[in-house]
Write a protein that binds this ligand. Sequence first.
Ligand code: KIV
Ligand code: ZN
Length: 518
Amino acid sequence: MTTDTPNTDKVFIFDTTLRDGEQSPGATMTLEEKLQVAEILDTMGVDIIEAGFPIASNGDFEAVATIAKRAKNAVIAGLARAISADIDRAGEAVRHARRGRIHTFVSTSPIHLAHQMKKSEDEVLEIVTKTVTQARNLIDDVEWSGMDATRTPIEFLARCTEAAIKAGATTINVPDTVGYSTPEDYYQLIKQLIEMVPNSDQAIFSTHCHNDLGMAVANSLAGVRAGARQVECTINGLGERAGNAALEEVVMAIRTRADALPYHTDIETTHLSRASKVVAAAANFPVQYNKAIVGKNAFAHESGIHQDGMLKNASTYEIMTPESVGIKSTSLVMGKHSGRHAFKQKLLDLGYDLADNQFQETFQRFKDLADRKKNVYDDDIIALVDDEIGSAADRIKLVDMSVTSKTGGIHRCELKVSVDGAPVEVAFDGTGSVDAIFNAIKAAVGADPHLVLYAVDGVTGGTDAQANAHVRLEMNGRISSGNAAEPDTLMASARAYLNAYNRLLVERGAPAQGALAG
Ligand code: KIV
Ligand code: ZN
């Protein structure tokens, strides 16, 4: 087993969690959450952070511009369609970055040209030259993507690529937009493209693979073997539909299999576990238990044979150590006698470095929990911190709730919430307790979003375990997710619903009550 090999080619890591990742239905993040994600990406050595799509909304613009001002190391990229106003807006957003990039794209495949763009190949070629030139007049660092590149005839893709480089593009991205490629297809595409394009030596080629067939990481690595030196990816593989190539998998594959993949990245891998948690909490997207590298079970050994081998020598069943991705083995159980210092240390061990006010709030909630629950486990603390981070910006908060239920009788919820600080009280019935609660919330906020998902699981085992409630809402074509952890299941359900509703309000800056009704 090896770690980074010096003198190998560097693969640039381009993280698009805040752009392609946030496009994932329900993954909307607040500005605060985006800043938190950007900070960890910048700290862990991501080379380029695609911070958003500045023309999409004022919120997106503000996020990209703020991240551009704050980033200490990474290049900050803003996405732009092949439209003049988009490019200007992206240029404006990254203007204050130490190093900024405009990433502009246009569809190149016959399917997109015929049905979406209604343009000929010659018209698209002209657009490529025009838009890349415009971007280059604003900034030195310009990336061009041919959308749906993997379903584009290579001759046309090569002509577009040559034109983009001639107009000043310094990075050429080759998206597998619909996740259709196999590793062999993608290897051949990148290899042939680099060979066919006469000025290919003047640009870095980049992979951007979606995971519809579960091959995004394999395709990205095949692209690197074929000559690409930038990989576009996201933390936890978040992204449109089935997601993008997972950053942590790409980076750990390169690090762990240096024999087959003689490259290196500049990612400090011990930040991977924390980055995963921060993104999961910010986007309200739980990580599947068996997710490679960062899933809860990624380093757990259950079978007797495996445990026996592990006790004798970890290398029997472990190809990389939990420590290498930032997981610390700690068995310290917390309780009501644990003080501030121990709690702070525990948070750091779990990968959380909270700002002072957030730490104080979280500590108070930990104390409340410890009063009700004898042993507070790591998973309890993770649920509590994620909940605290995820609900910090909520404009509508639960103040008080009482639920009465009778077998065969009515179920009634009396609810008090604060809406932008102002108290609102309602009472509502339902066919069951949860129905009564959700009806009461809808009455309080004056909106009727469609409930897409409601699920509850236990954070740990036992009847005193905290309940983790997940709610997904849809309204006016937008989806948002909410989570909450509480010892009481009904309370967790109410807070998860409110958290999801609050997230529907985020992007639009809408008034909190009634704005989204319809
Ligand atoms: O998947 C895709 O084609 C994209 C482009 C905008 C690069 O995300
Ligand atoms: Zn994409």
